[in-house]
Structures are given as structure tokens and as C-alpha cells.
Design a protein around this ligand. Structure first.
Ligand SMILES: NC(=O)c1ccc[n+]([C@@H]2O[C@H](COP(=O)([O-])OP(=O)(O)OC[C@H]3O[C@@H](n4cnc5c(N)ncnc54)[C@H](OP(=O)(O)O)[C@@H]3O)[C@@H](O)[C@H]2O)c1
Length: 246
């Protein structure tokens, strides 16, 4: 892929991994449109990165998404890269949680992490397919390859996104749209605050992704996930044991 001259839509692009992706695309001469819910974070991103466009939108709210897609299609018909980055993670025990409260969290995680990227893909495909070169970039997780005990639904959504991304890549193989998947290990962001050790920085993730993006290498295993994939080939149970209590 060329690395400049794109018009890029990034969900959750005002903080964490999404913000690092926003900065990288801007730095390389791309037009970036950022979606998020938190208006303060969107404003801060807009101030620190003049030239980006921000929209407040909850990607799990169908009405808001449909209205936004209508507006974007009119104002930015040149969108040719979609980065499905927005995500949430809850930790809960099925044995110790109250069912109603837990079901609300389950629904939110599935809607934001799995349904939203799939539906955004479906809604933006007509726009993406107009271009000579286009990309969909999904952010899954090493936890979609081997789960951890404390976040079963998060892991299930990331496993779902992993397989969706592969199957979509098969479907779009004969088109001009490349389907990337970034599979990160533990990254130092708000999502992982107070949890885990040996996290990598968002900058390191983006550096590794950028090299792959340039080479059009579409499944992008970041840092220790390369080792995890290798271990799981020879000993799936060892890979599972490594991540179970991570
Ligand atoms: N950090 C890690 O270790 C790690 C590892 C593997 C994969 N990932 C994945 O990487 C992606 C980014 O995670 P992160 O670590 O950067 O987390 P983060 O710092 O918590 O950022 C999450 C972003 O998603 C946005 N978001 C969440 N729900 C949204 C919704 N309903 N509508 C619109 N935007 C929404 C948030 O924006 P608002 O606050 O404005 O809603 C925020 O910008 C996620 O998909 C995550 O699962 C993270």
C-alpha cells in the first residue's frame, strides 16, 4: 500500500492505539476523520492535530452510525481506508456476577467490538470499492487466539473479529480493497491501566504495523503475538496456558 494520500476513517481515534494511528496517518500526509464518544477527547485530538476532522458518534448506536455514514458519504466520498479500532473490555466472573448487570456488559462488548466493525464495513464498502487502492484495518487481539479467564466475552469478540477478517479477505481478494488485521499483545493504554506487565507502547505497535502496511502484509502480528502464534502451532495447550491468567 502507499502510505500517503489516503482519506482515513478511524473509530476510537482520539485516544490509545487509535490516537497513535491517527498521528501516524497524519504525519504521512493522509486526511484523517476520527470517531469517538467522548467530546473532550475529540476536542483535544483536534487541537493537537490540526487538519483532522472529528465526529461524536457511538459506533454501537445504529441511528447515530447511519446518520454519520450519510454525512460522510456526502462530504468525504474520497474515504478509502477504514480503521475499526474502537473497543471495550470488561472483566467479570460468570459465577460471581449479577445476571442483569452482566448481560448489559455482554451486549455492549459484542456490539462495540464485533457488530460495529462488521456493520461499518458493510456500510462503507460502496465508498471503499470506488477507489484504485483501499483498505479495511481491523484491530483484534492476541486474546482472540488464546483467551484469558477474566474477560471471556471480550476474547470471544476478538476471536470473532479475527475469523471475520480472514473470511472478508477471501471475499475481497479480487477487489482493490486490502483487508488488514492488527493482532496486538498487551499495549499501554487506558484499557490496560493498572493491569498486566511488560506492555508495549502504542508507538511501537504503530511502527510495526506501518512496516507491514507498506509491504501490504495483511495479517500483522505485533511483538510477542508472533511467538504466541508460533507456540500455538506446535502446542496449542501451552499457548492457552500462557494467556489463561494474563
Ligand atoms: N490495549 C491493549 O492491550 C490492546 C490489546 C489488543 C487489542 N486492543 C484493541 O485495540 C483497540 C484500541 O484499544 P485501546 O487499548 O487503545 O483502548 P482505549 O485506550 O480504551 O481506547 C478505546 C477507544 O475506543 C473508543 N470507543 C469505545 N467505545 C466506543 C463506542 N461505542 N463508540 C465510539 N468509540 C468508542 C474510545 O473512545 P471514547 O472514549 O470517545 O468512547 C477510545 O478512543 C480496541 O479494539 C482494543 O480491543 C487493545
Amino acid at each position: 500500500m502507499r502510505t500517503s494520500g489516503h482519506t482515513v476513517l478511524i473509530t476510537g481515534g482520539a485516544s490509545g492505539i487509535g490516537l497513535a494511528m491517527t498521528k501516524q496517518f497524519v504525519h504521512h500526509g493522509n486526511k484523517v476523520i476520527v470517531i469517538g464518544r467522548n467530546e473532550r477527547k475529540l476536542k483535544e485530538a483536534e487541537v493537537s492535530l490540526p487538519g483532522i476532522t472529528v465526529y461524536a458518534c457511538d459506533v454501537s448506536n445504529e441511528e447515530q452510525v447511519n446518520a454519520l455514514i450519510r454525512e460522510l458519504t456526502e462530504l468525504y466520498p474520497d474515504i478509502n481506508v477504514l480503521v475499526n479500532n474502537a473497543g471495550i473490555q470488561y472483566q467479570y466472573s460468570f459465577m460471581d456476577s449479577e445476571a442483569d448487570e452482566m448481560c448489559g456488559k455482554v451486549q455492549d462488548e459484542i456490539d462495540v467490538n464485533l457488530v460495529a466493525p462488521i456493520q461499518l464495513t458493510a456500510r462503507l464498502l460502496p465508498l471503499l470499492s470506488r477507489h484504485d487502492e483501499a483498505a479495511i484495518i481491523n484491530i483484534s487481539s492476541g486474546l482472540g487466539l488464546s483467551p484469558k479467564k477474566s474477560a471471556p466475552v471480550y476474547c470471544a469478540t476478538k476471536a470473532g473479529l479475527h475469523l471475520f477478517t480472514k473470511a472478508l479477505r477471501y471475499q475481497l481478494a479480487s477487489t482493490t480493497i486490502s483487508v488488514f488485521e492488527i493482532i496486538p499483545p498487551l499495549v499501554d493504554t487506558d484499557m490496560t491501566k493498572g493491569r498486566g506487565s511488560s506492555k508495549i507502547s502504542t508507538d511501537r505497535l504503530v511502527d510495526e504495523f506501518w512496516r507491514a502496511f507498506r509491504r501490504n502484509q495483511q495479517e500483522v502480528l505485533i511483538g510477542k503475538v508472533k511467538l504466541l502464534k508460533w507456540i500455538s502451532r506446535f502446542s496449542p495447550s501451552l499457548a492457552d496456558a500462557i494467556l489463561k491468567n494474563s
